[in-house]
Write a protein that binds this ligand. Structure first.
Ligand SMILES: CC(C)(COP(=O)(O)OP(=O)(O)OC[C@H]1O[C@@H](n2cnc3c(N)ncnc32)[C@H](O)[C@@H]1OP(=O)(O)O)[C@@H](O)C(=O)NCCC(=O)NCCS
Length: 168
C-alpha cells in the first residue's frame, strides 16, 4: 500500500488501545521483527479507513491493484468472522530468521494478553503447504480451528490458549 500508508498503519496501531504492537530490534537498534495483535479485529478495517489514509492509498494504487481486484471479485469468499483477538501480522526480516525472534514476539504478546485476562487468540495464515508459517504455528501449540476462504484464497485458522496460571 506504499510507505506512507505503512507508516500511518504502524502509527495507528502503536497508539490504539485495541491493538498491541511488539517489535524486536537488531544490533543497530532498528526494528527487525514485529507483530500486531488486535483485541477487536472485527472493527479494525473500519477504524483504519476512518483514521488512516487507507482509502486514499488504495485509490492512488487502483491501476496497479485492478488485476488483483478482478481476481478477488471472481474468487469465492466463505470468510469466517474473527471472534477472538487476532494476531494480524508477524514478520521477521529475512536476514534475521531462525534466531527465535518471532517466538520471542509471541511470548511477549501472550504476556500482554495474560495481563488483559484474555484466554485465547487466533491467527490466520495461507493454507498452502509451501507456507512455512503453518509449521511455525503448529510447533508452537496453535490448534487448527477451521478454514476461511477470502477471495478464493484459503486461510488456515489457528487458535491458541493462553496459560493463565503464572509460573513461580
Ligand atoms: C514465520 C516467521 C515470522 C518466523 O520468524 P522467525 O523469527 O524466523 O521465527 P523463529 O526464529 O522464532 O522460529 C523459526 C523456526 O524456523 C526455523 N528456522 C531455521 N532457520 C530458519 C530460517 N532461515 N528462516 C526461517 N526459519 C528458520 C527455526 O529453527 C524455527 O523452527 P522451530 O519451530 O524448530 O523453532 C518468518 O519466517 C517470516 O517473517 N515469514 C514471512 C512472513 C510470514 O509468513 N508471517 C506469518 C504470516 S501469518
Amino acid at each position: 500500500m506504499g510507505a506512507a500508508y505503512v507508516r500511518s498503519f504502524y502509527r495507528y496501531v502503536a497508539s490504539s488501545d485495541r491493538e498491541i504492537l511488539v517489535a524486536e530490534r537488531g544490533a543497530e537498534g532498528h526494528p527487525v521483527a514485529a507483530a500486531v495483535l488486535s483485541l477487536e479485529p472485527a472493527t479494525l478495517n473500519r477504524r483504519l479507513l476512518l483514521r488512516t489514509p487507507l482509502l486514499m492509498s488504495a485509490l492512488g494504487r487502483l491501476p496497479r491493484m485492478l488485476p488483483l481486484l478482478r481476481g478477488a471479485v471472481r474468487g469465492r469468499s466463505v470468510e469466517l468472522p474473527a471472534v477472538l483477538p487476532q494476531l494480524i501480522l508477524i514478520f521477521t526480516a529475512a536476514s534475521e530468521r531462525g534466531k527465535g525472534r518471532a517466538s520471542a514476539l509471541i511470548g511477549e504478546l501472550e504476556r500482554r494478553l495474560r495481563q488483559h485476562g484474555i484466554p485465547r487468540y487466533e491467527v490466520r495464515t495461507e493454507s498452502d503447504p509451501a507456507n512455512p508459517a503453518l509449521e511455525f504455528y503448529r510447533r508452537r501449540g496453535f490448534e487448527v480451528a477451521g478454514l476461511s476462504v477470502r477471495f478464493g484464497t484459503p486461510f488456515q485458522i489457528f487458535t491458541r490458549a493462553i496459560e493463565t496460571r503464572q509460573s513461580t
